[in-house]
Write a protein that binds this ligand. Sequence first.
Ligand code: BES
Ligand code: ZN
Ligand code: ZN
Length: 491
Amino acid sequence: MNIAINNISILEAQAVIVPVFAESEEVSLGYVSDIYQYIRSREQFKCEQGEVFTTVKFGEVLPQDIIFVGLGKEEEINGEKIRIALAKAVKKARELKAEKVYVDFINTESLCYGATVKAMVEGLKYGDYKFDWYKTDRKEQAELNIGFGNVIEEKYKETEDYIKEGEAVAEAALLARDLVNEPANVIYPETLAEEVLEHGKKYGFEVEVLDELQIEDLEMDAFLSVAQGSDKAPRVIIMRYFGDIENKSEILGLVGKGLTYDSGGYSIKPTDGMVTMKSDMGGAAAVIGAMSAIAQRKLKINVVAVVAACENMISGGAYKPGDIIGSMSGKTIEVLNTDAEGRLTLADAVFYIVEKEKASKVIDVATLTGAALVALGTTTTAVVTNNDEFYNELETASRKAGEKVWQLPAFDEYKKMLKSDIADLKNLGGRFAGTITAGLFIGEFVLERPWLHLDIAGTAWTDAERDYYSKGGTGAGVRTLYYLAKRASRK
Ligand code: BES
Ligand code: ZN
Ligand code: ZN
């Protein structure tokens, strides 16, 4: 998709997208005004948020399809509503086989200008996303050419930059969706590492990949215990971006859960729970996506990201319920359930990022517990933290991003649930408060650094098309991490 200002005239456009607020008595695009008045007066179109009304082209009288899309009330507008509306409109344009699309720009005082532009760009890009390249009858689609019309002339330059930023963020979120949607026979630790190497080259961050021997040298026993049941060798993928070299003591550490497949191991999952477990690297996808956007936008900040990638499988060599394993930190862990594997891999990854990469703050992102889905559903990411100030930064960023987060309590009583009788910790906190205890387990390995744990088990995947998400991976976390890094980079 190519998006620019004024590069498509109304005359050459095959479709025209006209976003309208509910109270608008007319539209700024004069030549469709009569049609608008007509469909409004007949109540064929009520301008409700996300509502689409299309007129069909009719020779010279109406030489293109007009796609009206409702934005709801102007005083209630926000980025999310714009993304949803534009995603629906662009889907319609595709359906109508348009390749050149004129988009009437949304000029409003009710939302900050940059947020408006970026949300428009994101909505268009998300709405046009499809994961269909395994379908052999798939038709190659032409690239969509989008032209923003009605942009105020004095604002051209800043609009262009906001378009670029919106594109970078959307591309990063769609990269994360792709990585999650790719099946586990295609994306496994080695191939994931290759993908990251490629994206590092493309966007400008350094990538180092550790193989099994190097991981053994680091004594990442907890991570290696999870990995040992699989024929696919594990990898530790390290991404480094130093945009603020004068400030080397401040390094934001991002850690993503990278289970390229989670069968549950000997605590095996039922088939229904297993089929979507290619998505258990959604946290890894989020940090890879965020890293791409951060580097592409050349933010003035230092960020290191780590993914400990492996598969959780069954074999004669797999780890078992009852095993006592070590960890890079030296702490011992009693394994009560091999399906609680994410926290084991993350324990070593977060310890590594603090100890070896000198991260001064840590955020881990993980599809960690089904309990997060039970507690908050599919729209909200659960957060556990040891630092409320850091959480506030995350919340601000999430609002900018249009993603939702909610903090869970982290009282000492919950930490006690992880004590083992025969080792330092156990990997299961019991039946209750599963999301909290899982998060706090990871928190035991961050060496008291300010830390946020994002459980995206509910938000990383959607079973049905919704808003601007297609079925499958959602790219959850990418935008929030990007805006958090961007805010931190201003200081
Ligand atoms: N990857 C799963 C969590 C998950 C479940 C993600 C559903 C997305 C959708 C994780 O490794 C897991 O299996 N967790 C267990 C933990 C339990 C054994 C304490 C769970 O949630 O059941
Ligand atoms: Zn599991
Ligand atoms: Zn898992």
